[in-house]
Design a protein around this ligand. Sequence first.
Ligand code: ZN
Length: 301
Amino acid sequence: MFIVSDDITAGSRRKMLNASAPVSVAAAVLTLMFYPTPGTPDAGSVGAMEGRAVVITVFAEDATTSWDFTLAADRKTRDHSLLYQGMAVDYLEKSAAEWGKEIEFVYNWETDPYLRYDAVFEDDLVYDDDGYDIYDEWEYIDTSLPDMDTIKKKYKADHVIYMFLFNTPPECEEVSNTRNYYEGLAYPYEVCNMFCHSEDIEECPSAYAHEMLHTFGAPDLYTPETEYLKNCGVTQRYVDYCAMAYPNDIMVTVYDEKTYLPRYDRITNEITEITAYYVGLTDHCDDVIIYGLDKSEFDRG
Ligand SMILES: [Zn+2]
């Protein structure tokens, strides 16, 4: 499958307000496609949504953002992030069970420090969206973190998700994004970049779940594929259909279906059949045939 993203986290609100986002996304993807690749692993660090997934959390600093845990505000953001990660993985575990699949996440870096790291990048990884940022992160993962196979072995895990947390200010207009794996990329590491604040809101639990779903293969359902952005063959016609048929799917929006506001107490968005299909929770979805979408990487039929 192919890509999905360097994508935009959220949903209809951003779709309406942030028309410029796909342009920078396009630039990022293009750069990746033409960068020489030292190797082409068979699969990324995350497969179908079943088994056990380890989430490695990295508190990242870059040219414009930093963490200072002597400050109450930064401690609050850090603690909220752990809380929201927990809500997201609970949600994903329960949602998978509704589709008859079992997935378990190991994520709690507070109780298990092996899961938590700090990284300092010289480059601007938040605002300067030139497509090379992911190489900084991949190389950091490759050289500074425990080997991916060692992590899998230690936790008897099937998947490793790398979650970089950036302490972005509320006025930040960049939004969280995910680099999932597709054939030809230089490294197998699937990375969620969470921008803890953006567009005057704190990133919400549903957004953490949305970005993690990208690593399992879910496409965005609020924005179509373009020449530069592969998105499972999702067309504008299908985006329009999803807005009508599945307005509360978590890949359509991460906000409350009725108020269009983020929720911090629970996740109320749904994993409908189309999203379940792309993350491997079900092997069939009529929409794929009707709308001519790409097959899921897990669909062997
Ligand atoms: Zn997305």
